[in-house]
Structure formats: structure tokens, C-alpha cells
Design a binder for this molecule. Structure first.
Ligand code: SAH
Ligand code: SF4
Length: 358
């Protein structure tokens, strides 16, 4: 069985031609998939019955992600969906909306998951603490975006941006992540601009280099969290082979090849990596390279880590800026519904399963 939502336009051309149909049927098929919300091949009324039958006979299907739960923040700007796939696996995906003064439509960013759990084990991350369960297929990643696209379409809005910052390490699920990016950005499929997409990685160096060679214009964020190896390895236990220095050089290579500047994400943890000395060390590492640092005051998870006081966050930012490094503090979104960074976890799944068992 093959889900039509993992088929790239060039592959779709081949499929319809092999089924004895003209190529434009592939466009009709893709249009129906990405602009309507079919849940079954029989919903594809734009294509002839003969093609629908041939697709069914060749065991093509249409994705089976269903919405198991939806929560919205009080201001309605953050929505978290719990999606359930065909095998019963559940993952979370989040929509963050930012009203704009100049545009009618808000910026609508979907934060997607690429894995169920994560093997990287970052000590402050709820997903890392649950361990690795499985990789998501490209169609399962695409389904997250399409779900929100459907929700937004009903309000006459659309998905404008995409960040790979949900559950999992995107580069550890490389092929499926890239396939999803190609489907979501292809003009004949979902058609989102490549520049509206950011992949966030914990920093797997050979895969950063591979990504730089994909001829994609997507943005890259590297989760750094520390200016030296000793501190970084305490926070990212799997960082071993990827030193801060090597990561920094990889980020420069990515910039050189793609022309896209790198963002370094830095989860600020009270008493761990937030001192003025650490800020100065980070400034020294990054200055003069046009790098951008995004400080994320850590959201508390089971690990017992706390965010620093606001004063200390601003002091850290001030030192970076003074040292010549571009730096912003991430605007908090969704923490009251556990949708903020690192909080995407299975608590909702537990609630649902236990209420089903009642
Ligand atoms: N695995 C990738 C992408 C998913 S995590 C990565 O690590 O980059 C997305 C971002 O959320 C990362 O920058 C990660 O460091 C951050 N994050 C994880 N747990 C967090 C927490 N408890 N508070 C704040 N940010 C967190
Ligand atoms: Fe995995 Fe990213 Fe969480 Fe680290 S921060 S455990 S890499 S999801």
C-alpha cells in the first residue's frame, strides 16, 4: 500500500501515464489532494472513475491521520492537535498565529513533528525524555500541515510558515523529512515557499552538509545551548562526536552553499548555561559571522530545569549584543497548553487512554 500523500509530482506523472492516462490527470489528482481534503480515493471526483479504480487496484490509499484532540490557548493564537495515525500512534503538532499590523491575514506557522519520541536525549526536553519510538513517514509529516491547512481554509486563512521543531530530530529521519519538504514546497503539490521553512537540528554534522547540497532554500536552526563541549555534552548527552567548533564550521559551510544564515537556538536554563561568563564565551565564538542567536528561556519539564529570571535573560542578551552577536528572545507561545518548545509529549495521550479505560 502506498499513500498518495507521499508521492512526488514527478512520480505521480509516471503513475498516471502507466495507467494509460494523460499527464494532466496527475495535476488534477495533485490539486484535489492539496486543495480539497479528500479522505478516500472515492472522494477524488475530479479524476475519471477508471483512474480511481486503477489507483485502488494498485493499492494506493489516502492518509489516515485523524484528529484525536484539539486544544487552543485562551487568546486562540496557539492550537495544538493530537493526531492519530493508522497504526494508533499519536503525535502532536502546533499552529502558532501572529497577527500582523500590515496584513489582513496573520502569519500562521505550523510546527511539525518528525519522529515519535527522540533518541538524542537532551536533558531539558520532554520528547527526549520519552525516548525514541519510531520515525514518521513523509505522508505523516505532510498530514500535520494539511490538517491545519484545512482548519485555516475554513477561516479563509492559510499556512504561511513551517518549522520542524516539534517532536523528534528531523535530520535523524533524513529521507522522510526531505521528501516531506519537497512535497510541501513543490508548486504542483502544497506550494509553500522554501524560504518559509526552517529545519531545527540538534546538530548532526554530516547531515547538515548533506542538507546544504539538496539545493533547497530552507532555513536552518542549530540547537547549540552552550559555547563549549563540556557544558554542551551535559545538556545534549549524544553530542559527543559533534563538537561546538565543528558545528560552527558546518554552519558556515551551510551558509556558504545556500546563502541562508543560520540561527543558533539556545535554551536558557537557570544556573546551568545562563551566566554572564558563558554569554561572553558565546559572543566570542559567534561574533562577526552574521549568526543569529535565539534565546529560549527553558520551559519546565519533568527534568526540574527552570528558566532564569527575566532580568538575567536580558543581561545574557545584552552581553551577546555588546559582543557583536545578533540576538533575540523567543516570544513565548502556548505554554499554558503545554505546546511550547520541549513540552510536546504524551501527557494528553495518557489522559485520553486512561479516560477510554474508565
Ligand atoms: N530536535 C530538533 C528539533 C525539535 S526541538 C532540535 O533539537 O533542534 C525544537 C527546539 O526546542 C530546540 O531548539 C530545542 O532545544 C528546544 N527545546 C527542547 N526542550 C525545550 C524546553 N524544555 N524549553 C525550551 N526549549 C526547548
Ligand atoms: Fe530530540 Fe530536539 Fe528534544 Fe533534543 S531537543 S531530545 S534533539 S527533540
Amino acid at each position: 500500500m502506498t499513500d498518495l500523500y507521499r508521492v512526488l509530482p514527478e512520480e505521480m506523472d509516471k503513475i498516471v501515464i502507466e495507467m494509460g492516462q494523460p499527464r494532466y490527470r496527475a495535476d488534477q489528482l495533485l490539486h484535489a489532494l492539496y486543495h480539497d481534503s479528500p479522505t478516500d480515493i472515492s472522494d477524488l471526483r475530479q479524476i475519471p472513475a477508471a483512474l480511481r479504480d486503477a489507483l485502488v487496484a494498485a493499492r494506493y490509499t489516502i492518509g489516515s491521520a485523524s484528529e484525536a484532540h484539539r486544544v487552543a490557548s485562551e487568546d486562540m493564537q496557539t492550537t495544538k492537535l493530537l493526531l492519530k495515525y493508522g497504526d494508533g500512534t499519536m503525535i502532536e503538532t502546533v499552529l502558532m498565529q501572529y497577527p500582523s499590523k500590515t496584513k489582513i491575514h496573520p502569519r500562521s506557522t505550523v510546527c511539525v513533528s518528525t519522529q515519535v519520541g527522540c533518541a538524542m536525549g537532551c536533558v531539558f526536553c520532554a520528547t527526549g525524555q520519552m525516548g525514541f519510538k519510531r520515525n514518521l513517514q513523509a505522508e505523516e509529516i505532510v498530514a500535520q500541515v494539511l490538517h491545519f491547512a484545512h482548519v485555516l481554509r475554513e477561516r479563509d486563512e492559510h499556512v504561511t510558515n513551517l518549522v520542524f521543531m516539534g517532536m523528534g530530530e528531523p535530520l535523524a529521519n533524513y529521507a522522510e523529512t526531505i521528501r516531506a519538504v519537497r512535497l510541501l514546497t513543490h508548486a504542483r503539490a502544497f506550494g509553500l515557499g522554501q524560504r518559509s521553512i526552517t529545519i531545527s537540528t540538534v546538530g548532526i554534522i554530516p547531515l547538515i552538509d548533506r542538507l546544504a547540497d539538496e539545493q533547497l532554500q530552507i532555513g536552518l536552526a542549530i540547537s547549540l545551548h552552550a559555547p563549549n563541549d563540556e557544558l554542551r555534552r551535559r545538556l545534549v548527552p549524544t553530542a559527543g562526536p559533534h563538537s561546538v567548533e565543528e558545528l560552527f564550521l558546518a554552519s558556515k559551510r551551510y551558509f556558504k552553499k545556500t546563502g541562508r544564515r543560520i540561527t543558533f537556538e539556545y535554551a536558557l536554563i537557570n544556573g546551568v548555561n545562563d551566566s554572564p561568563e558563558v554569554a561572553a564565551e558565546l559572543a566570542l565564538l559567534l561574533k562577526g559571522n552574521g549568526a543569529h542567536v535565539n534565546l529560549i528561556p527553558v520551559n519546565s519539564t519533568a527534568g526540574g530545569f527552570q528558566r532564569p529570571e527575566r532580568r538575567r535573560v536580558h543581561e545574557f542578551q545584552r552581553i551577546l549584543r555588546k559582543g557583536g552577536v545578533n540576538c533575540t528572545v523567543r516570544v513565548e507561545k502556548g505554554s499554558e497548553i503545554s505546546a511550547a518548545c520541549g513540552q510536546l509529549r504524551t501527557d494528553m495521550i495518557e489522559k485520553i487512554t486512561s479516560s477510554n479505560a474508565d
